[in-house]
Design a protein around this ligand. Sequence first.
Ligand SMILES: Nc1ncnc2c1ncn2[C@@H]1O[C@H](COP(=O)(O)OP(=O)(O)OP(=O)(O)O)[C@@H](O)[C@H]1O
Ligand SMILES: [Mg+2]
Length: 277
Amino acid sequence: MGNLALASKAPLRFHSAAGQQRRAGVQVVSDDAAPMISLSGVCKWYGTFQALRDIDLEVATGERVVVCGPSGSGKSTMIRCVNRLERHERGRIVVDGIELSDDARALRDIRAEVGMVFQGFNLFPHMSVLQNLTLGPMRVRGLARAEAESLAMHYLERVRIPEQAGKRPAQLSGGQQQRVAIARSLCMKPRIMLFDEPTSALDPEMIAEVLEVMVELAEEGMTMVCVTHEMGFARTVADRMVFMDAGEIVEVAPPSEFFREPREERTRLFLAQILRH
Ligand SMILES: Nc1ncnc2c1ncn2[C@@H]1O[C@H](COP(=O)(O)OP(=O)(O)OP(=O)(O)O)[C@@H](O)[C@H]1O
Ligand SMILES: [Mg+2]
């Protein structure tokens, strides 16, 4: 997986006390021992098509969960439900003590705690890298420009592209754009990072540089849920593997078990297919 040494060894604090203050006034339904993310009996339909069937999953603070499964199995839908980019119709989702509902304040608080990185980079094309990174901290967190810029440069150094700060996204490689997208999420000091196939649109030589950044985040104790079929990455960082098929969680196991002796036939078939390539 290449050199995992950090460009800067300064310790990062993701678990800010500000998170607690932001939640003032919102009903907090759990305590410190509770999971960071909890889905119970979650169902979701697109029209008459059921995309999620009775999903139960708990993710502990600092835990790294890798989600895999065939195309259309509901992986994106599940993680998009965690920050309510999709609404679930049945069951409960609790994120860092806040239950997802239509309550706008609860939603704002959850979005502030959950960073998400997609397959496409979703950067604003007309803005520089630096502007992309400072927008959220200035608008949402109320930081002054100088403060936001110094934060942005800190994270650009972390993902090793501080020299790209003045460029537009289109002037960067795919791997560099994805690192900007990760840095942009980190500027919001999330407590949880969700990744939805962040390397699948990248050329092979750029995949490793993005995975390195993700491995570092994992090593720093970030709570992470990653949809990926990068099984080398999964073996390195995952505490648990989740295998989904047809809207269900079919199997959950630590990677050592998952790859060596999967319990379910569907998991075995899937692994045989993807590990062949
Ligand atoms: N907005 C939508 N409207 C209708 N159906 C949808 C919508 N989004 C997803 N689906 C359907 O829900 C199912 C689950 O989709 P989802 O995107 O979660 O799968 P996935 O496991 O992430 O697949 P992939 O590996 O291809 O990204 C699929 O059958 C898909 O066609
Ligand atoms: Mg998907």
